[in-house]
Design a protein around this ligand. Structure first.
Ligand code: DOR
Ligand code: ZN
Length: 428
């Protein structure tokens, strides 16, 4: 079966491409890319894409799917559907399920569920430590062989520096990344919001920037000392951006991601005690938001990842102090990121790099490209389509987004995974 994507603007940083071109898919593979493929494509299904953007399938390297254990918040299936609706063809899912993904039976379970629902490519991230308790390291080689693409205790930091050192060394020898949730739990203890004027006004205990900066600095020091690589998750502070930028200049193999909420919102979003805006790390100040944007622009920050963290009303419709941290993001991530292109913070080419090519590189998966011969994972975007976020209408099983009602410009219109259309936008 052939499918011709005709006349779209192809933006693919993996081949330095930004041009109006046709793209031909046969079966699960991209078989041709060129100026006019109508002849070669006789008898193909046809997608007319004039005015649309055609980019390598988007990759979200930081999601929480909640299965096994918290299926009332999200399952592999509902999370996969949300991913496709957000333009993602591949996602990596964090191990803080119940049980934690700290052994091959959980990794294999997630992969089986993902295969059964067959919506997007799902790449499990396994825990660094047993039950992510920070004490005993997991079986890295066995987990890697079972299909884990990275290691992380995300949701919690690895407070034990000796354990972190060993994790970076083992992961290095296996050729897989460690993703670090940087938070000094002693400095952050009891905090519910960014330490500052807003938290003080609301009577909430604060999480200071230094809780993040200190651990980013530590992880960079360990990576530098051992000559290994580390990936910093959800960067939220100006200090962390600076540390990463400086480390890169010295040649340290550090990569990092930012979330749409950390480059879009400040702690002012907590004004009405909106628990949907409670996340960890917390929403910070305008100075931090500006620094994160600057880091995305100049390359200190390589990746945009959603940190899609579904929670039900049970965890969110409670007093702010007791509410769980996290917001869903798979279905708003692309449109919120396009705002930065519209505002001139970075280029479309950079956006595609940070949402596809770079996460593929960090995870070392053969994705993030439209090269001939690559898997036919393709995202088609209408850059002009305006839509309103309606939390009730999202594919995710959870509704915890502070962006409900936001009017956004730019919308995924087709998500193609392995040559099959898994999502098609129907404007209302
Ligand atoms: O806000 C967050 N939610 N931050 C994390 O690190 C974990 C996540 C979750 O699992 O809910
Ligand atoms: Zn985290």
């Amino acid at each position: 079966m052939k499918m011709l994507l005709r006349g779209g603007r192809i933006v693919d940083p993996s081949q330095g491409l930004d041009d109006r071109m046709d793209l031909l898919i046969e079966g699960k593979t991209i078989v041709d890319l060129g100026k006019d493929l109508s002849g070669a494509a006789a008898g193909s299904d046809l997608l007319e894409l004039q005015g649309k953007l055609v980019v390598p399938g988007l990759i979200d390297m930081h999601t929480h799917l909640r299965e096994p254990g918290f299926e009332y918040k999200e399952t592999v299936r509902t999370g996969s559907l949300a991913a496709a609706a957000g333009g993602f063809t591949s996602i990596a899912c964090m191990p803080n399920t119940d049980p934690v993904n700290d052994n091959r039976s959980v990794t294999e379970f997630i992969l089986r569920k993902a295969r059964e629902c067959g919506v997007v490519n799902v790449y499990p991230v396994a825990a660094v430590s047993k039950s992510s308790e920070g004490a005993v390291i997991t079986e890295f080689a066995d987990l890697r062989d079972a299909g884990a693409v990275a290691f992380s205790d995300d949701g919690k930091p690895v407070m034990n520096s000796g354990l972190m050192r060993r994790a970076l060394e083992y992961a290095h020898s296996l050729g897989v990344p460690v993703i670090s949730h940087c938070e000094d739990t002693d400095l952050a203890a009891g905090g519910a919001a960014n330490e500052g004027i807003v938290a003080t006004r609301l009577g909430l205990r604060g999480i200071p920037n230094i809780a993040e900066d200190l651990m980013v600095g530590r992880d960079i020091a360990i990576a530098e000392y051992t000559g290994t690589a580390v990936h910093i998750a959800h960067v939220s502070t100006a200090g962390a951006v600076n540390l990463i930028r400086e480390a890169k200049k010295r040649g340290v193999r550090v990569t990092a991601e930012a979330t749409p909420h950390h480059f879009t919102l400040t702690d002012e979003a907590l004004r009405d005690y909106d628990t949907n805006a409670k996340v960890n790390p917390p929403l910070r100040t305008l100075a931090d938001v500006s620094a994160v944007r600057e880091g995305l622009k100049d390359g200190a920050l390589d990746v945009i990842a959603s940190d899609h963290a579904p929670h039900s009303t049970l965890e969110k419709d409670v007093e702010f102090d007791y509410a769980a941290s996290g917001m869903i993001g798979l279905e708003t991530s692309l449109s919120l990121s396009l705002r930065l292109v519209q505002e001139g913070v970075f280029t479309l080419d950079q956006l595609v790099g940070k949402m596809s090519t770079n996460p593929a590189m960090v995870l070392r998966i053969p994705k993030g490209t439209l090269k001939v011969g690559a898997d036919a994972d393709v995202t088609v975007i209408d850059p002009d389509e305006e839509w309103t976020v309606d939390a009730a209408a999202l594919q995710s099983r959870s509704r915890n987004t502070p962006f409900n009602g936001w009017r956004l410009r730019g919308k995924v219109v087709f998500t193609i995974v392995g040559g099959d259309i898994k999502y098609k936008y129907r404007a209302r």
